[in-house]
Design a protein around this ligand. Structure first.
Ligand SMILES: [Zn+2]
Ligand SMILES: [Zn+2]
Length: 131
């Protein structure tokens, strides 16, 4: 005796399949035929593949090129520059105050005095720091 397979129509695609082949699909949330499951899996695979392809196309962020240091640049030059700047800061500040007068500021004690004849004094009149 041949048991006639009961055919059911898939609610999703309308195809006919053996009723025992129908499965409750977690994505469609309904009983679908094996063809629908196959289609869904194929579609998901394609989406995943396209996503992977799209991600691969996104260029990795290029690290910014490091600023090229001038030739012969090293830490000693920096120290020398800093020492030079420090020396400059310690130099007597001279400001023209009008009338041919120059105002000197002692780098040591910050004492300010105006040289009437415009000549730079040899030393600070306050702390004796030589200029
Ligand atoms: Zn179907
Ligand atoms: Zn001084």
């Amino acid at each position: 005796m041949i048991i006639k397979q009961i055919k059911s129509k898939c609610k999703r695609c309308g195809r006919e399949a053996s009723s025992n082949e129908f499965t409750l699909d977690p994505v469609y949330k309904m009983m679908v035929c094996p063809e629908c499951v196959k289609e869904r899996k194929q579609a998901q695979f394609t989406i995943a593949k396209q996503k992977a392809k799209a991600e691969a196309l996104v260029e990795p962020e290029q690290p910014k090129p490091k600023k090229e240091k001038p030739a012969g640049w090293d830490i000693e030059d920096v120290e020398a520059e800093m020492a030079y700047k420090k020396k400059l800061a310690q130099q007597t500040k001279v400001e023209a105050v009008g009338g041919g007068k120059l105002k000197y500021t002692c780098p040591k004690c910050k004492y300010e005095f105006v040289a009437k004849d415009g000549k730079k004094p040899l030393r600070c009149g306050y702390c004796g720091n030589p200029f």
